[in-house]
Write a protein that binds this ligand. Structure first.
Ligand code: NOJ
Length: 521
């Protein structure tokens, strides 16, 4: 694992909405560069940048038309190289978003692949042998191309699936993984990776990483592809980091990824942490909210702890099991947690093992805003609104016309802003900075340092865990809790109230409180 990951804290940026430096209403790469000092000031030393490549933007850039060209609306390749250089000067790292499963239907490879006459790209995508032949249960489109065949889709209609082969070949048109055309797809993706690594990027977040090879229920074929990619990185770019969108750290880390993050929707026990009500991730608030961090939910941490301990034990030798505050595909946590609840949730997430991921704007508690769909966002659009920097025009996001903005800014009169929260010592922003500063200062809080459970019981709101010699305690409920913490002495950090009885190691944690304590053996 690249050494820098042990102390990495990531900030995810949706470039459209971060900072507009040229007044055209949309964020740009220079906007990221200008805000590097701000990002560093949060305690984030690494960035995951959502796709910034040339695209028709039918899925916000996850439909790539040219993997090697920055989308003109964001700037130029030179701007991105400058961004890498400025990040490195500050000891920061940037991961680009690699989209290997599909391209845009406008990618030149696909345009060639649609032609009737055979050419080097005919098998770059997955085609059946006849215009009326469906794709054996895989989603597909027919009737659009000169070529007689239907092609397989990977996500939206605009995203034809690249061909990495079939683990089990069941039809004449299904190619095995070691077919030269499938190996050529794999090499083409390695070529894209080398292109950006040579320009100074520090690795990739990989979109839909578990879906490359088809007829591959156990993902054995897909895992083999990634192990091959990882071998290339280890040999040629040993400091490059590989993060998957797999949602199954046990599999992803065995397949060669250094990190996988847990998507709240896939494992119920993780879902219960921040957004436990039905359908929340799909943009609707339904049912009773049982999130652990809701003051009045009554939820215990036990279901989380059971699942997490097993997963952590199964993965800790392979890589990092990471958590996110949210991402561009989920609702923002502010949708169901108050700023006070968010302080506790973030303090907890930022003291766990693995590398934490903070989504832009979550540090000030930006709201989820219901909006009509934009660029294939649908319900996700509500989590993609412009960053709120200050109380000026367009909340400081852009000097352009309000009508030209990529998405409207939060119209609420009390919309949180960075400037507003910098001036308020009790703000969420200050809490984020303080907890991340503590994390960096205490190697026992770093990604690979030990974790064990000290107290977690059904019927109690309290959770106490150990990171080496430290105790980390959280009480999201409305009632004070106490626990024994042998050897506990100094309180290194707290939110709310925390006291340690002299000599006895008895710790009292007030309602809605969090503390990190140092102990002596
Ligand atoms: C996952 C990405 O995070 C999402 O935004 C995108 O729509 C799909 N993959 C398809 O690429």
């Amino acid at each position: 694992m690249p050494k820098w990951l042990n102390d990495a804290v990531f900030y995810e940026i949706y470039p459209q909405s971060f900072y507009d430096t040229n007044g055209d209403g949309i964020g740009d790469i220079n906007g990221v560069t200008e805000k590097l000092d701000y990002i560093k000031s949060l305690g984030c030393n690494a960035i995951w940048l959502n796709p910034c490549f040339d695209s028709p933007f039918k899925d916000a850039g996850y439909d790539v038309r040219d993997y090697k060209k920055v989308a003109p609306r964001y700037g130029t390749n030179e701007d991105l190289v400058r961004c890498f250089e400025e990040a490195h000067k500050r000891g920061m790292y940037i991961l680009l978003d690699l989209v290997p499963c599909h391209t845009s239907e406008e990618h030149p490879w696909f345009v060639e692949s649609c032609k009737d006459e055979r050419n080097p790209y005919s098998d770059r995508y997955i085609w059946t042998s006849h215009c009326f032949e469906r794709a054996d249960g895989l989603p597909c489109v027919g009737g659009e191309a000169e070529r007689s065949g239907t092609y397989v889709l990977s996500f939206f209609k605009c995203q034809p699936s690249l061909n990495y082969g079939f683990y089990e070949v069941k039809q004449p048109w299904q190619l095995p993984m070691d077919h030269p055309a499938c190996l050529a797809t794999r090499e083409a993706m390695k070529d894209v990776m080398r292109f950006w690594l040579d320009k100074g990027c520090d690795g990739f977040r990989v979109d839909m990483a578990g879906c490359l090879v088809k007829n591959d229920d156990e993902q054995l074929g897909t895992s083999a592809v990634w192990r091959d990619v990882r071998a290339m990185l280890d040999a040629e770019y040993p400091e490059a980091a590989l993060l998957s969108e797999w949602g199954n750290p046990r599999r992803a880390l065995k397949a060669g990824f250094h990190m996988d993050f847990c998507l709240h929707n896939e494992v119920a026990a993780y879902h219960t942490l921040l957004r436990a009500y039905d359908g929340a991730i799909y943009g609707e608030v339904r049912g009773e909210d049982k999130s652990y961090f809701r003051r009045d939910s009554g939820a215990s941490i036990v279901p989380f702890v059971k699942q997490y301990q097993e997963d952590l034990a199964a993965t800790k030798n392979d890589g990092l099991f990471c958590f996110i505050t949210c991402n561009h595909d989920t609702m923002r946590p502010r949708a169901n947690l108050t700023p006070d609840e968010l302080k506790l949730a973030y303090a907890f997430l930022f003291t766990l093992p693995g590398a934490p991921f903070l989504y832009y704007g979550d540090e000030i508690g930006m709201r989820y805003i219901k909006l009509p769909t934009k660029e294939g966002g649908y319900f996700r659009t509500g989590s993609r609104t412009p960053m709120q920097w200050n109380g000026g025009a367009n909340l400081g996001f852009s000097a352009g016309d309000t009508d030209s903005l990529y998405l409207p800014v939060d119209p609420a009169p009390d919309a949180p802003t960075v400037a507003g929260q910098e001036a308020d010592p009790d703000s969420l922003l200050h809490t984020v900075r303080a907890i991340l500063a503590l994390r960096h200062a205490e190697p026992e809080l770093w990604a690979n340092a030990p974790f064990s459970v000290h107290f977690a019981e059904e019927g109690s709101r309290l959770f106490v865990f150990r990171r080496g010699s430290l105790y980390v305690a959280v009480n999201p409920g409305a009632v004070e809790c106490a626990f024994d913490a042998p050897g506990a002495r100094a309180i290194l950090f707290s939110i709310g109230s925390c006291t340690v009885a002299e000599g006895s190691g008895r710790v009292t944690l007030g309602a809605q409180s969090f503390a990190v304590l140092r102990s002596t053996p």
